[in-house]
Design a protein around this ligand. Sequence first.
Ligand code: ZN
Length: 220
Amino acid sequence: MELRWDERGLIVVVAQDHLTGEVRMVAWMNREALAATRECGFATFFSRSRGKLWQKGETSRNRLKVHGIAADCDGDTLLLSVEPEGPSCHTGRASCFFQSPEGEPRDPAPTLLALQAVIAARASSSAEKSYTRALLDGGAPQIGEKLREEAAELADAIAEESAERVAAESADVLFHLLVGLEARQIPFREVLRELARRAGTSGHAEKAARKDGGAGPQQV
Ligand SMILES: [Zn+2]
């Protein structure tokens, strides 16, 4: 793959959470920044305003550990698969993409992460009595009971019901699973980390990415 650096010697770079798929930020690299990223294993960009390299998080410590580098089909954009060590936006938000072009608030998180955020908001809101809030108030016994019930319905659906029913029951199981994780204050991201570990796409992939200068995002 021949990279297509622009007339300033730069290429646009998208940083994506390697576990959740969340897009964290966009920045620029020159050849030197790409070499530095491969060398140190942390995202290093080229600042157009300051005219020099900067390692993301060099002052805030919110670095982006690079697990893989992919180039797009025509070689003019790079995708970094990263493990963020903190918020990626200078505003303190996880992702730079938190608003619409008109400035309306937007949650850029992928579906399950966004749902986890909604559940967390319900948990802390005293305003309205929601189904989620009631489940959380019931604690582990009630959440566990609901999960068993939903899992049984899913098992039946998989055995003998339509694809739509299987999808709907799967959604119920995932929703109640997220409520259970919220009750235990465990981020869904940790579940994804465990799946990635089992699929061998976390630690090993990271080493491989550094050794060969950037394997693409790993396939499960
Ligand atoms: Zn930002």
